[in-house]
Ligand binder design. Structure first.
Ligand code: AMP
Ligand code: MN
Ligand code: MN
Ligand code: MN
Length: 311
């Protein structure tokens, strides 16, 4: 007698309503609103992301989750799947690196308190920056920058840059950074941000994933970069941005290899701040993640907020 064939697996009760996550390609998991140093509201960003064909979105304001409720509601209204997001400023070996958090509980107390402490020094730093600028004849920069800060707790170098452009002292934002706001320049004030270990822990313990933001921007030596990645993984970090608005085509190839070498999940995001200033608009990244990579969202499926229309 023939052995009976195993029973067919039970067919699904209903056809799957959502596109499979591996088929999703236009994810934009890095951008900024007026809650940090962007110029658009979370609502306008959600509408722009939708209009540009974004299939999965995250708002990642600097050191602040105060825009997450608005972003979630706006994404829902636009029918846009959403992951909570944040971009945390970290001091690592005397340099500043940015760590993106995705898919966490934005009410988590430890995360919210940690971010509040990270933001804490920005006011005093901004006043010091203003004093430095006054010494080279630029007056009223603190008050000027503050006018641009939608969230005074998040006053940043970007707001100073906008003030200097508006008052005709520089042609554009990158020129302000080159002449006034980077190391060794009159408006630069070194600052102690969060530690890498605390940052990754806050994100993880709030249920999210930590991702190294725009690694190509730090100007690290291979040794420094190796130290960053191995320490990050040691703390439980799992992702790295490969396709971002601040990476060149060569950077994308390089960090594709890095992600594969260190077995990191790959992320994709424009780092959009403003229609006037940003090189890449939200949802308008030209490149997709290589098919060799495992995208961060495949490991965050249970953290995605699906809009009602996707059910
Ligand atoms: P802060 O957190 O106050 O040090 O400001 C950092 C922000 O300044 C970054 O998130 C970018 O938005 C912006 N930024 C940094 N470097 C540059 C640059 N070279 N050109 C334009 N914007 C920059
Ligand atoms: Mn920024
Ligand atoms: Mn950044
Ligand atoms: Mn950013």
């Amino acid at each position: 007698m023939n052995t009976p064939l195993p029973a067919d697996p039970t067919p699904p009760a209903a056809p799957p309503a959502r596109a499979p996550l591996h088929a999703l390609s236009n994810a934009d998991l890095h951008c900024h609103s007026v809650v940090s140093d962007g110029t658009l509201t979370p609502e306008l960003l959600a509408a722009r992301a939708k209009a540009h064909g974004v299939e999965l979105w995250a708002l990642t304001d600097h050191d602040e989750v105060g825009g997450q409720e608005r972003a979630l509601a706006a994404a829902r209204a636009q029918g846009l799947p959403y992951l909570t997001g944040v971009e945390i400023s970290v001091t690592f070996a005397t340099k500043v690196v940015h760590i993106v958090g995705l898919g966490f509980d934005h009410h988590n107390e430890q995360l919210v308190n940690g971010l509040r402490a990270t933001r804490g020094g920005r006011g005093a730093r901004a006043r010091e920056m203003s004093e430095g600028l006054a010494q080279v004849g630029i007056l009223g920069a603190y008050e000027g920058a503050l006018r641009y800060a939608g969230n005074p707790e998040l006053i940043s170098r970007t707001h100073f840059a906008r003030f200097l452009v508006e008052t005709g002292q520089c042609y554009d934002v990158p020129e302000v950074f080159r002449r006034y706001l980077t190391e060794g320049k009159p408006g630069y004030v070194p600052h102690r941000w969060a530690s890498l270990g605390d940052t990754v822990r806050w994100i993880r313990e709030a249920g999210g994933m930590a991702v190294i933001a725009h690694p190509g921007r730090y100007g690290f030596t291979p040794t420094e970069e190796y130290a960053l990645i191995t320490e990050f993984i040691g703390h439980g970090g799992r992702g790295i941005e490969v396709v971002t608005g601040s990476h060149s085509a060569a950077d994308i190839l390089q960090y594709t290899d890095t992600a594969l070498e260190f077995n990191l999940l790959a992320s994709r995001g424009s780092d959009f701040h403003s229609p006037e200033e940003s090189r890449v608009d939200v949802g308008k990244l030209g490149e997709h993640l290589s098919g060799k990579l495992q995208p961060v969202w495949t490991a965050l499926s249970d953290r995605i907020h699906w809009p009602p229309s996707a059910h």
